[in-house]
Ligand binder design. Structure first.
Ligand SMILES: Cc1cc2nc3c(=O)[nH]c(=O)nc-3n(C[C@H](O)[C@H](O)[C@H](O)COP(=O)(O)O)c2cc1C
Length: 187
């Protein structure tokens, strides 16, 4: 698949086959992520991979409980209350792999920007390998809690920026229509 096809066909995947992703493909995704540009070439990213099904379920459960506990202060999430209360809702949609992109401390003025570029590289590479992805922002706040960091071995100064699930799509993802660009000036 060429870059143009990857850009135009990548869509968030929310249903996965119960099929593992081989180690070399995961490594290819991470190496593609590291090809992203970064401010002053700081390359402020670090990665974590979780394939353990029980751990993924545990993180999903903890994330849901955490989000429900802060829902009254996070009104933007109110629409998700029902889903978060549903014991059958897994925030990772049964994906076999979670890749966590973290920003390392003291590396760049705004490492979250660099890590987001790395995330897009990873998702486009996955698309070109026939893999589905979805950025799971739901778990970002939970993964940055001291409790989750200790549990996963995330160094204190690192900040989780992009938790991305990866796997073989169960069905073709819905093609979300994109709005035409709003060009505010073109002088
Ligand atoms: C920062 C960020 C956080 C997101 N968090 C979630 C999430 O927690 N759960 C989810 O199902 N999708 C999540 N998404 C996926 C978006 O819903 C999706 O990108 C958007 O609907 C556009 O669809 P597309 O990715 O298919 O183009 C997130 C995307 C981004 C960029």
């Amino acid at each position: 698949m060429n870059t143009i096809d990857a850009i135009y066909t990548r869509r968030s995947t929310r249903g996965y086959l119960d099929k593992p992703v081989d180690k070399s493909s995961i490594e290819r995704l991470i190496i593609a992520a590291t090809q992203a540009p970064s401010a002053m070439n700081t390359q402020p990213w670090a990665f974590g991979v979780i394939e353990d099904k029980q751990k993924l379920q545990e993180i999903s459960d903890h994330t849901k409980a955490y989000l429900l506990s802060i829902l009254d202060m996070a009104s933007a999430l109110e629409g998700y209350r029902e889903a978060l209360q549903n014991p059958d809702y897994n925030i990772f949609y049964g994906a076999p792999v979670l890749i966590i992109i973290m920003a390392k401390p003291d590396a760049s003025l705004d490492p979250k920007i660099d890590c987001s570029l790395a995330a897009q590289n990873l998702m486009l590479m996955a698309c070109s390998l026939g893999l589905g992805t979805c950025w799971i922002g739901f778990t970002q706040v939970y993964l940055n809690t001291p409790e989750a960091k200790i549990d996963l071995g995330i160094p204190d100064g690192c900040t989780v920026v992009a938790p991305i699930i990866v796997g073989y799509p169960e069905t073709k993802p819905i093609t979300v229509e994109k709005n035409p660009p709003e060009i505010l000036f073109w002088r």
